[in-house]
Design a protein around this ligand. Structure first.
Ligand code: G6P
Ligand code: MG
Length: 214
């Protein structure tokens, strides 16, 4: 039975994915490396260093770790500037009703994000207090598809993995949920996402009954 639902953040609860894309694109342009929205699909769920290295590799560039740190800092400063206007209006439709239904059913709500900005974003979305536990990139060593961030969330919630459902929009995230021994629900396109028990176009399409029957 389902005792907790653990959500990814970027692309599941809000569309910050587009701002990550803009900031990476600006950096890639500066480095003279071609980078488009299709490339960006590969970076969903991938942490900051992993994303930078993916772009550098595409351009056939390898840098010192000092240079990598400098570029990551630049990208993040730009990203923070781009998301500076985020308010509760940026919460995807359907999120609040689903959270309310879960709370009323006694099902715990967790977050498992690969972003170091997760706490800031959920604060600005006005939903921070609704999570029973937040696991993010600041608290783990291994990035998705490693299950670490989902396992940490389950531990923080005090719920065994088989009683947890994970909700993800990234292939790396679905893999992480499965490797954690949880049930995976995907948000997005069935043509590109594999390994989930169910797939929905967006969070608004998920009902509490669906989750109880997974
Ligand atoms: C999430 C997003 C990625 C992003 C990563 C790291 O997984 O899907 O696009 O690169 O978090 O985010 P951060 O805010 O730590 O740079
Ligand atoms: Mg995501």
């Amino acid at each position: 039975s389902c005792r907790a639902v653990i959500f990814d953040l970027d692309g599941v609860l809000t569309d910050t994915a587009i701002y990550h894309f803009y900031a990476w694109k600006a950096l890639a342009d500066k480095l003279g490396i071609a980078f488009d929205e299709h490339d960006n699909e590969q970076l969903k769920g991938v942490d900051r260093l992993g994303s930078l290295r993916w772009i550098l590799q595409k351009g056939g560039v390898s840098l010192s770790s000092a240079d990598e740190s400098r570029l990551m800092q630049q990208k993040n400063a730009h990203y923070l500037q781009l998301i500076d206007h985020i308010t509760p209006d940026n919460l995807y439709p359907g999120v609040q009703p689903l959270f309310t239904a879960l709370r009323q059913s006694g099902i715990k709500i967790g977050l498992a994000s690969a972003s170091k900005n997760a706490a800031f974003v959920v604060e600005r979305l006005g939903i921070a207090a609704q999570f029973d536990y937040i696991a993010d990139a600041n608290k783990v060593i291994n990035s998705k598809p490693d299950p670490e961030v989902f396992l940490l969330a389950a531990k923080g919630l005090g719920v065994a993995p088989p009683h947890c459902i994970g909700v993800e929009d990234a292939q790396a995230g679905i893999e992480a949920i499965n490797r954690a021994g949880m049930k995976a629900i995907a948000i997005g396109d069935a043509a590109v996402l594999n390994g989930a028990l169910k797939i929905y176009p967006d969070v608004a399409a998920i009902t509490l009954t669906d989750l109880l029957n997974v």
